[in-house]
Write a new protein. Sequence first.
Length: 328
Amino acid sequence: MAPELLQNDYMKNQIKKILMVLVVLTLSPSFSWATMPPLDSKCYDVYSQHDYDQHDYSFCIDQEKGSTSQDVLLYLHGAGGSEHEWVNSPYAETFYSKWGMKAPTVISISYGKTWLLVEKNDSDESGLYEHFTQIALPHVESMLLFHPAKIMLVGASMGGFNASQLYLKQPQLFSKVALACPALFELDSKAIYSDDDSDNNDDDSSDMDSEVSKYVARTRANEDDVNFALGVYLDYFPDEDSWNAASPIDLAAKWVTPAFPPLYVSCGDADQFGFFEGSTLFTNAVTKNGASAELKIVPGPHCSFDQDGMFGFLMGTEMTTRNIASVR
């Protein structure tokens, strides 16, 4: 036999052996993807065309090729992010490595780099809550080729605040909710809005400045970062009443019942926004009312969170029955 044919046969046999090893590894329960698996990703931009629909939005549907799951994970991104944040995030690899071929389809919806799910009030920025729940989310779900068996909700940073609004006001939609470094903080609303009608700028510090200073001293947060986050909130909540209608910590104390979906919250102990305090107060309010909730504070700045713990929580056993009515 010619040397060339012998070499070809040898190479063919070696390739067959390598392919067999790869198949065995992939089917092994202990196998983990070293990188992102192949995804079937579809992204769309939606532009408002009617007077009642004043908001443009974008969304992506990311599905692992070959996944057998009929479940959906709704992901809400942080400030400065977009509908592409999920697939570009460092924790997406951890997610797919743990879930394997049973990974849920991930839906990401965005109204731009910075947006809050706020019910309509006197601010021009408000009204996204109604648009998201009544228009955007139903539209995106209609694009799926299957009816979701269950929907999990994950929000990061700003998206954690947005996810808290959905958890509190639409708990019947979700099987589990996870908040990663959520933008939750506790400030005295009376102090924050006390200067609205004041024209006196002679004082060295206002009630708002004093409240922020106390918060910074209490949480070791960075004052510039806190003022930035507060400025975003004030754009959406023009007065104390509008803030009280959305305050996650206050609403958790009033509305949460034992029937609410299981909740997982994780945040860094050196978060420069001080969000670990709000995360703790929010989780405590939920558990005090008898709902299932777990809090994990980890070492690190914003946006540190326990990836293994969060994805383990999402992959765990689901509640089998849900008898819960929408709050809103």
